[in-house]
Write a protein that binds this ligand. Structure first.
Ligand SMILES: [Zn+2]
Length: 285
């Protein structure tokens, strides 16, 4: 692995990167807060993730920022239409809170910071796989709800409402590949190995599929009796408390997102192991 990725040889620069990284992370997160993308807890969480990545090295931090810019930009695209379609279903609309930020960027940021102590290539492949999964899932959701037609459950193939977990559309699937490829491409441009870029497309799409399958099966399903409508909100838009009608209690959208980034991490590691054994992927580290 190139020295631009692993910071193990320059521990002396680490405190400086931590301080400058924290300031830059607060600056970027603060702009996202002002733009309405992050809530107050989300701002703190994003600044923590950014600082962990800066400690790992500037390439890691830049990759997080590139993921974040695309994800935020896509969530603004067609915002009014998307909210009108999904606000009765989705548990959290508008500003992202700390749980949402950590569910998407936590695995990547923590794994990145661990590379400072333990510079193993597989850890980098897993970390970028996790971020690719978060990106893939975000792009799939944002593009699917914006441009997709009638979503169908990934498991039962029956129609579901836009925004409902486990629903997939063709546009969303294209978005899923795009989101993973965005992180893979950005990683390679930032100096990560080319094999890692390809692996993160596989890991990202795999993570996003995991998200949809969990969303269609184990994720908590709630129902508003007042409106006779499914929802993921504990308190529905109408003000009535919804009740759980299926799935595992507390296994909400944030937990499913976290699990899908863990799946992305594991897939990244698996592809690394396969690439290393077969030895014909060119430079893998
Ligand atoms: Zn209701």
């Amino acid at each position: 692995m190139t020295e631009t990725i692993f910071a193990q040889n320059n521990y002396l620069l680490l405190p400086g990167r931590a301080v400058i990284g924290a300031l830059l992370a607060l600056g970027v997160a603060g702009m996202a807060w002002r733009a309405g993308s992050l809530g107050r807890s989300g701002l703190v969480a994003a600044a923590i993730c950014g600082t962990l990545c800066a400690i790992a090295g500037w390439s890691w931090a830049a990759l997080l920022v590139l993921y974040f810019i695309a994800a935020s930009g896509l969530s603004w695209a067609g915002k009014a239409e998307k909210e009108a379609r999904t606000q009765s279903i989705v548990s959290k609309a508008g500003r992202r809170d700390a749980a949402q930020v950590f569910a998407n960027g936590g695995v990547y940021s923590i794994a990145a910071s661990v590379t400072v102590l333990f510079a193993a290539p597989w850890l980098a492949w897993g970390a970028v796989g996790a971020l690719a999964a978060a990106s893939s899932d975000t792009w799939a959701t944002e593009i699917g709800v914006w441009l997709g037609r009638q979503p169908k459950s990934i498991i039962s193939r029956t129609n579901v409402r836009p925004g409902q977990s486990g629903g997939v559309t063709t546009a969303g699937m294209v978005g899923s590949v795009g989101g993973a490829a965005w992180v893979g491409l950005a990683a390679v441009l930032l100096g990560f190995p080319r094999g890692l870029g390809i692996a993160s497309i596989l890991a990202g799409v795999g993570g996003s599929i995991t998200d949809s399958v969990l969303g269609a099966t184990l994720q908590e399903r709630r129902w508003c009796d007042e409106c006779a409508q499914p929802t993921e909100r504990a308190v529905h838009l109408c003000g009535h408390t919804s009740r759980r009608v299926g799935g595992i209690q507390r296994l909400d959208n944030d937990v499913v997102n976290l699990l899908s980034t863990i799946a992305g991490f594991l897939l990244g590691v698996i592809v690394y192991c396969i690439a290393e054994r077969s030895g014909n992927w060119g430079a893998i580290d």
